[in-house]
Design a protein. Structure first.
Lengths: 456, 346
């Protein structure tokens, strides 16, 4: 009885509502929407509905969504939870509804809504999920009515990804849309609760990629997440750096693919543009390519990238140069020269920073420290980029810029300290003058008191 | 004509009639002892210190929200003695308001507000309002995040005043929100309107006191040893002035008043406290219930506090004979204000 009543109510609301919906390029026949009462009985319409993309069916909206109306009240949690989750999801929209994915006919107030003739799909298969999501998410015309900022190429990118390729060949372990975004409880990626939110995405990937049982058959290592966490990117991410990459930053999201040795530089170069530019001018670029070495990763590592200190370059056992250049005279000399130049510049820059910090801590007011420190950081950044040319002669110019920034910073501190000294000196002079003045005034007051007493 | 009979001559005497002037001041008497009697002179001196240091700061300060903070940084970091001058200005502002409040309470405690001193009392109150306005507008000028927060909280407090609250808030902000126009508004008031008005008021206050001296021996009370205003009291007052200059310089050099970060309207201002002289009112508004006997709670309590303030202003007319209860009430009120300020700091 309740189902029938809800169905009747839904039909009453559905008629004007359906007219307000945006035009659909391949939606369920609009004739069916305008004459809903005829739809359940017309087999021709039903087969058309089953074959066509089931979007914007009348009854998709929550007010008219008879699926939710009934399912939310069912005592079997297996049946009611999806309806309740849907109510909180990003898909809780008048133009999507349960019917958007599961098809069927929510205008039918009886169990006929679940008719397979209407294309009802209670449990879409693993391989069907990307297609179902793509039905809407690949349609720019439809998506711009929902959210004009949403991209529409996810399904195509997914098909090209390793995950998509494995799904296409029937690999049930490979993730599809629902495994990352959720099923009935899909949230907007901007929601902090969404598993694909930037804050959660590394954890999401690690659910599978840190599981030896899942990764075993693909022969993929499971320590990437742990390595990333302790690497420079993971540390920056934890500190809240909005530019620190997580898994998707390098591997892509829907197009997730492990970068090949020859494309590592491109992946890193998306952010480290300068470094890539200079690396390509270096003798390493050609040599790495011919040897199949993974460009940036060959020296810096991939997931557990360490902070690039001056130790990285040189001939000490810690330096990465010695991994390959064990005996070669010329490269070792270049490494040593580069290391010396780099170390010297870094030490001078660190000393300038420490000088500013010390001065600030002692209460000296230094104007323009922020600018001076920014200038120093920019000069060092440039130097870090030029190091990738592996040409010590080319380091001279950026080192000169670092040294100029160091001198500027030190001059600022020196001027501020000199001013402080002058102020202190002036204070003691003023104190002495004030003492003399106080003494004179005291004597004058004493004399006035004496004169007054004498007079009285 | 003998030397004794010859009238005194001199440059000032010829032009100003200096001896007549000093003679008229010498005729006025002031108590020889008592720190309270020096508070008025100290307040005036601190005002002059602020004017002098303010003029020096004005040579380098730029009243534009985009560069105001940088210009203050420049003053304290790059201009010789800039840090000292800014320190003196900031500390003088705080001591000025403190002295104004202490002066007001000393007058109530000594009950010297009664006739014929009504005009001096009323002009003193007006000077207090302008003095607090001067300090508040000055605190906004560095356009640091703290200054921005104080402008916001201070103007928000005004909103709780019944009837005029909204208008006061808009007036203090120079618009609906704390924005660059708040800075321009504050600058105009801080360097022109308020100092000019305060100068006139101080002159009027001095004139009223010259005509009707504050200290008059009460009939039936124990006589107090008095000294001529000129030169005896003035010399003693100069000792206090020299002392306060030393205190100001010491505070400016050794007790840092950090500028903090530049104003950021997107960053929270919850951690920023209002200026110390607004703390009791901030605490009243903060702790008052949302509704009180059918009225808006904060407005009701602030309205009551304003009513009390009006009674204080009208004291010469409410209590023309100077009852001893007023002295006790002043001490209790001072204690309550101190407790409220302390609890706001917790």
């Amino acid at each position: 009885m309740i189902t029938v009543a809800c169905g009747v109510l839904a039909l009453a609301v559905a008629i004007p509502h359906a007219r307000a919906l945006p035009p659909a390029p391949s939606a369920v026949p609009s004739a069916a929407a305008s004459t809903p009462t005829a739809a359940p009985s017309a087999s021709a319409s039903a087969s058309a509905a089953a074959s066509a993309t089931p979007r914007r069916l009348p009854g998709a909206g929550e007010a008219t969504n008879t699926c939710v109306t009934c399912h939310a009240t069912l005592s079997d949690t297996k049946l009611s939870t999806p309806a309740q989750q849907y109510r909180q999801s990003v898909h809780r929209d008048d133009r999507v509804g349960c019917v958007g994915c599961h098809k069927g006919d929510p205008r039918d107030p009886t169990v006929g809504a679940h008719s397979r003739d209407q294309g009802f799909q209670p449990h879409p298969t693993h391989a069907e999920i990307p297609e179902i999501c793509g039905n809407c998410h690949s349609d720019p015309g439809f998506m711009r009515h929902l959210n004009a900022r949403l991209p529409v190429g996810q399904a195509a990118l997914f098909a090209l990804s390793l995950h998509g390729k494995l799904t296409a060949i029937g690999d049930q372990s490979s993730p599809t849309c629902a495994d990352c975004h959720g099923r009935h409880d899909v949230l907007s990626p901007s929601s902090p609760k969404s598993p694909v939110n930037r804050a959660n995405v590394a954890q999401l990937c690690s659910k599978c990629h840190s599981d030896p049982a899942r990764m075993g058959k693909y022969n993929i290592a499971t320590d990437q997440f742990a390595k990333w966490e302790r690497g420079v990117h993971g540390v920056a991410f934890r500190k809240g750096n909005p530019n620190a990459p997580t898994c998707t930053g390098c591997h892509g999201a829907h197009s997730a693919t492990p970068p090949e040795a020859s494309s590592v530089g491109r992946a890193c170069g998306r952010c480290h543009e300068e470094e890539l530019k200079y690396f390509e001018q270096s003798p390493h670029s050609k040599s790495f390519r011919s040897r199949g070495l993974a460009e940036c990763a060959a020296c810096h590592g991939n997931h557990d990238i360490a902070v690039p200190t001056a130790v990285l370059v040189g001939t000490t056992p810690d330096a990465t140069c010695t991994t390959c250049h064990t005996k070669d005279e010329k490269p070792r000399l270049v490494a040593q020269q580069t290391s010396d130049l780099l170390r010297g510049a870094r030490e001078r820059a660190a000393e300038a920073r420490a000088t500013i910090e010390r001065a600030n801590a002692s209460g000296v007011h230094i104007a323009g420290t922020k600018y001076a420190l920014d200038k120093l950081a920019t000069a060092e950044l440039k130097l870090r980029g030029v190091v990738h040319t592996l040409d010590p002669a080319r380091l001279e110019a950026p080192i000169a810029v670092v040294d100029a920034a160091v001198n500027d910073a030190k001059t600022l501190v020196k001027n501020a300290e000199d001013m402080r000294k002058n102020e202190r000196r002036g204070y003691y002079v003023a104190l002495a003058l004030a003492g003399i003045l106080l003494l004179s005034l005291g004597l004058k007051s004493f004399e006035l008191d004496r004169r007054r007493r004498r007079a009285s | 004509m003998s030397t004794e009979e010859r009238p005194r001559t001199g440059w000032l005497q010829d032009r100003l009639g200096w001896s007549e002037l000093t003679a008229s001041l010498s005729a006025l008497r002031a108590p020889r002892r008592g720190f309270m009697f020096y508070l008025g002179g100290l307040t005036l001196f601190l005002f002059l210190v602020q004017v002098a240091s303010g003029i020096l700061l004005l040579l380098h300060y730029r009243p534009d929200a985009a560069v105001a903070f940088d210009s203050v940084e420049e003053i304290i970091g790059n201009i010789p003695y800039g840090s000292l001058i800014r320190g003196i200005h900031v500390w003088a502002s705080d001591l000025f308001v403190a002295c104004l409040i202490a002066h007001l309470f000393s007058v109530v405690i000594r009950r010297t507000y009664k006739a014929p001193h009504e005009l001096a009392w009323l002009s003193g109150h007006a000077a207090l309002v302008l003095g607090v306005g001067l300090a508040f507008t000055g605190a906004i000028l560095p356009w640091s995040h703290k200054a921005y927060g104080q402008a916001r909280i201070g103007s928000e407090l005004a909103r709780s005043v019944p009837i005029f609250g909204e208008a006061m808030r808009r007036f203090m902000r120079g618009g609906e929100e704390v924005s660059p126009s708040t800075l321009n508004h504050a600058f105009g008031f801080h360097v022109a309107v308020l100092p000019a008005a305060l100068t006139l008021l101080v002159a009027a206050h001095g004139f009223f006191l010259y005509r009707k001296p504050a200290y008059v021996a009460e009939p039936g009370t124990k006589p107090v040893e008095t000294i001529p205003l000129y030169p005896d009291f003035l010399v003693r007052q100069a000792v206090a002035w020299t002392g306060i200059i030393v205190v100001l310089m010491t505070l400016a050099l050794f007790v840092d008043r950090p500028l903090g970060e530049a104003a950021n309207p997107l960053a929270p201002t919850a951690a920023v406290r209002p200026p110390w002289y607004f703390l009791p009112f901030h605490q009243i508004v903060r702790s008052s219930p949302a509704e009180l006997i059918g009225f808006n709670g904060p407005k009701f309590i602030v309205g009551a506090a304003c009513g009390l303030g009006l009674v204080v202003i009208a004291l010469p007319f409410v209590d023309p004979r100077g009852s001893k209860i007023t002295t006790w009430a002043a001490w209790i009120m001072l204690l309550i204000l101190a407790l409220l300020a302390a609890s706001a700091l917790l």
